[in-house]
Write a protein of this length. Structure first.
Length: 192
């Protein structure tokens, strides 16, 4: 994936204006992959009415775009966790900042994440959801870092496997900055 990467220069008005980043995944590739994921997820839940839980803040664009592509009925909810603070690496601790409001007992729950890197957050979410007694818990992530993730369960739907680089854009941020960029971009080593 890292061969023949195109360069992207951060536009005027954004933090890090003028800095060059590598485009890991283009806007078109993101849209195409979301459409494919939506077909598979719609097929899996065609006889159910799942509840999709978006993990804030990073997943909000992926969450919205994915749900618009589904061909099934569903409910929505959100939760918010933090394991980064303002750093570029996980702190090793997950904090629940906002819990879901829906009762998920006996429901089919689909967790929508922006990225799984170490796996710490998703393991926290799995335990949290399973403690509520859902009928099933399904995990969907746009990005997955297979080289660093330490999981004892599979992720059901993965948009893209990516290398262990710090990424921004399409909802992903650096200290709450650069979420609005349309591609998924990687900083170069030593730049953050």
């Amino acid at each position: 994936m890292e061969q023949n990467l195109k360069e992207f220069t951060i536009p005027k008005g954004y933090p890090f204006e003028g800095k060059s980043l590598d485009i890991l995944i283009s806007e078109k590739e993101i849209k195409d992959r979301i459409a494919e994921l939506a077909v598979d997820i719609s097929e899996r839940f065609k006889t159910e009415k799942p509840i999709f839980i978006g993990v804030l803040n990073g997943s909000f664009l992926f969450y919205a775009d994915l749900l618009r592509e589904l061909s099934i009925d569903f409910e929505v909810d959100f939760l918010k966790i933090d394991s980064y603070g303002s750093a570029t690496k996980s702190t090793g601790t997950v904090r629940l900042l906002k819990d879901i409001s829906a009762n998920i007992t006996g429901r089919h729950v689909v967790i929508i994440e922006d990225i799984i890197d170490t796996g710490l957050s998703i393991q926290f979410l799995k335990q949290r959801m399973e403690n509520a007694g859902p009928a099933s818990v399904t995990f969907v992530t746009l990005l997955f870092k297979p080289d660093v993730a330490k999981l004892n369960f599979p992720i059901d739907y993965i948009g893209f496997n990516i290398p262990n680089r710090f990424v921004v854009g399409y909802g992903l941020d650096y200290d709450q900055k650069l979420r609005g960029l349309k591609n998924i971009l990687a900083f170069r080593e030593g730049d953050v």
